[in-house]
Design a protein around this ligand. Structure first.
Ligand code: PLP
Ligand code: TYF
Length: 395
């Protein structure tokens, strides 16, 4: 039965973690996967999460099935976080939100839903994009194309190319946009550029699918969410996937959500009914724990404040590591300009290192992605000098 099955290719990023785990060098450093580590090199268990868990355990609840669309308190809190509590799309009941298995699960139910109702549309993702975007939409049955995004010569966004690509897309095309902290490049659009993108998407009758996996890691929770609000304000149909894997450091709990904005409350309830059908035939209903923790934090003022502080702490530490890397490379690799690392936002930097240079780093047990992407959130005051020395050596 399985005799003819071929070996599937490894996930290019999670595969690095497998190689890293197998490395016996105690000084090994994993700059591959997008995970935030604190200055001690540990994945933090946020205090707001611990306090929410303690609070939940004061009145331990049975683990019955959740509704298909998840915990109502969670969906409501997420909606307010993503669109803003005073949002017209919430007040007019045009937005629906479904708890999902992380950002990946949100993208997958969104993709399955879209395939059912826009079977002839193609999907467009940025060049480059998160590796899983293409695979996810292809596995839902779509043909996936790239739109121009990154310009290696400026280490920024090829905005003219991006706009031209958007203008050339047929009406009904699905455009996946990174709301903030572009993965893998760390290069985001300016507010003015977003204005032009929004106008072009609307004029072309395109279907925007905003993926927000790093809300709070660029400039702040509200600042990063602003782009979703601006899309929503146009009144056009919109899909938004969001994830709490990074912002709550709850990777393994699989907490995310898919929100869809429709053109009326009545249309939204039909959309929700179909989305629930997608969920039901995939995994029936989401798990309880992560959703309860996040809902508790978001809806308890003192825990919410604590979360905002802890998230700001992660954001600031990453920025400090960017600055430290630039300054240290200035000293160790004169003649090479790494100032751009300071300008990039979120967890990643497209460092400009070649595949060959990444290979040489690996010989020193420093793991990065072949594309040159490094996770700046994995740098700390203990490992940064070793990383900078190794980078200077391979340049
Ligand atoms: N979208 C992007 C751009 C990501 O980088 C990630 C990272 O994991 C995801 C979606 C998926 O989020 P999750 O890990 O919550 O499934
Ligand atoms: O890009 C990253 O590193 C994160 C984590 O299949 C990740 O988004 C990577 C690959 C993958 C799932 C998550």
């Amino acid at each position: 039965l399985f005799g003819a099955i071929e070996m599937a290719p490894r996930d290019p990023i999670l595969g690095i973690t497998e190689a890293f785990n197998a490395d016996t060098n105690p000084a090994k450093i994993n700059l591959g996967v997008g995970v935030y580590y604190d200055n001690n090199g540990k994945v933090p268990l946020l205090e707001c999460v611990q306090k929410a868990e303690a609070k939940l355990m004061e009145q331990p609840a049975p683990r019955t099935y959740l509704p298909i669309d998840g915990l109502a308190a969670y969906d409501k809190a997420v909606q307010e976080l993503v669109f803003g509590a005073d949002s017209a799309v919430i007040q007019e009941k045009r937005a629906i939100t479904v708890q999902a298995l992380g950002g990946t699960g949100a993208l997958k139910i969104g993709a399955d839903f879209l395939k059912r109702f826009l079977p002839n549309s193609d999907v467009y993702i940025s060049d480059p994009s998160w590796e899983n975007h293409r695979a996810l939409f292809e596995s839902a049955g779509f043909t996936v194309h790239n739109y121009a995004y990154y310009d290696p010569s400026t280490r920024g966004v090829n905005f003219d190319g991006m706009l031209a690509a958007l203008k050339a897309m047929p009406a009904g095309a699905i455009v996946v946009l990174h709301a903030c902290c572009h993965n893998p490049t760390g290069a985001d659009l300016s507010q003015e550029q977003w204005d032009q993108v929004i106008a072009t998407v609307q004029a072309g009758g395109l279907v925007p699918f905003l993926d927000m996996a790093y809300q709070g890691f660029a400039n702040g929770i509200d600042e990063d969410g602003a782009v979703v609000r601006r899309f929503a304000a146009t009144g056009m149909p919109l899909l938004v996937s969001n994830s709490f894997s990074k912002s709550f450091s709850l990777y393994g709990e699989r907490v995310g959500a898919l929100s869809i904005v429709a053109t009326s409350g009545e249309e939204a309830s039909r959309v929700l009914s179909q989305l629930k059908r997608v969920v039901r035939t995939n995994y029936s209903n989401p798990p309880t724990h992560g959703g309860k923790v996040v809902a508790t934090v978001l809806s308890t003022p003192e825990l919410r404040k604590l979360w905002e502080e802890e998230l700001a702490g992660m954001r600031v530490r990453i920025r400090e590591m960017r600055g430290a890397m630039v300054e240290k490379l200035k000293a160790k690799a004169p003649g090479h300009d790494f100032e751009f690392v300071r300008e990039q936002v979120g967890m990643f930097s497209y460092s400009g290192l070649t595949k060959e240079q990444v290979g040489k780093l690996r010989d020193e047990s420093i793991y990065a992605v072949d594309t040159g992407r490094i996770c700046v959130a994995a740098l700390n005051s203990t490992n940064i000098d070793r990383v900078v020395d190794a980078v200077a050596k391979v340049l």
